[in-house]
Design a protein around this ligand. Structure first.
Ligand SMILES: Nc1ncnc2c1ncn2[C@@H]1O[C@H](COP(=O)(O)OP(=O)(O)OP(=O)(O)O)[C@@H](O)[C@H]1O
Length: 227
């Protein structure tokens, strides 16, 4: 399996706090990776560093073998828009737009004309169990439906990597289970890999691999390093 995204020797400090103390992690084609660990251990810092949102103080981030951590901000933000998808815990849908336009938005930002973008967006509704909800606004959706629209939006650009930070954190257990099942399967079917932070072991168990972060380091034995 070829490596899509790798972090090698990642270090990130905030003043006296070492959030990442030399992390090696990699995700392969179609693989899903869960990042777990106690509060403050560095999970979000790791996710954001891999996603090109936080710049590491040391170490490298490689996307398909190409180093991206030293790219300029404009180039990084274009990369995030085109090749990465993001699913967060809350509040990522625009309340005034129908679901299909929320999903179409990243495509429109890339210059796809509105009609075409909405047509492409609609393709994600059936696989995510959202058929018939295309015209609803976020306020007219349940929490689980809204989160599935957010997944559709993350996938709309057909990214290489989907990053998810506590994607089921605001959902009850049954709804969260359904959302994580769809997130992992639809992401894999699309050919993308998934990097997810979660504190919920049952959610993490849906991923191919789990790494434990402790004090800014990978603890445990399920990690591997790719040069
Ligand atoms: N912007 C920042 N400025 C200063 N310190 C920060 C900043 N962001 C994170 N930290 C610190 O870095 C460490 C790692 O934080 P991080 O948010 O990555 O942990 P986490 O494992 O995601 O925690 P949680 O599960 O509570 O979200 C913590 O000690 C945190 O206080």
């Amino acid at each position: 399996m070829s490596t899509v995204l790798a972090g090698n020797g990642l270090v990130k400090k905030y003043g006296p706090t070492t959030a990442l103390a030399g992390v090696d992690v990699a995700v392969a084609e179609r693989e899903s990776l869960a990042i777990m660990g106690p509060s403050g251990s560095g999970k979000s810092t790791l996710l954001h560093t891999l996603a090109g949102i936080i710049r590491p103080d040391d170490g490298q981030v490689l996307l398909r073998g190409e180093r991206i951590d030293h790219w300029g901000e404009n180039r990084l933000s274009a990369l995030r828009r085109k090749r990465f998808g993001f699913v967060f815990q809350f509040g990522q849908l625009l309340p005034e737009l129908p679901a299909e336009e929320n999903v179409a938005l990243p495509l429109m930002l890339e210059g796809v004309p509105r009609r075409q973008a909405v047509q492409r967006a609609r393709r994600w509704f059936a696989p995510l169990g959202l058929a018939g909800l295309e015209h609803r606004r976020p306020g007219q959706l349940s929490g689980g439906q809204a989160q599935r629209v957010a997944i559709a939006r993350a996938l709309a650009v057909e990214p290489d990597v989907v990053f998810a930070d506590e994607p089921t954190g605001a959902l009850d257990q049954a709804t969260g289970e359904e959302v994580i099942r769809l997130l992992t399967s639809v992401t894999r079917d699309q050919g993308a890999c998934l990097v997810m932070v979660t504190h919920d072991a049952e959610v993490a168990a849906h991923c191919d691999r789990v790494v434990q972060v402790r004090d800014g380091r990978i603890a445990g034995h399920s990690q591997y390093t790719v040069a």
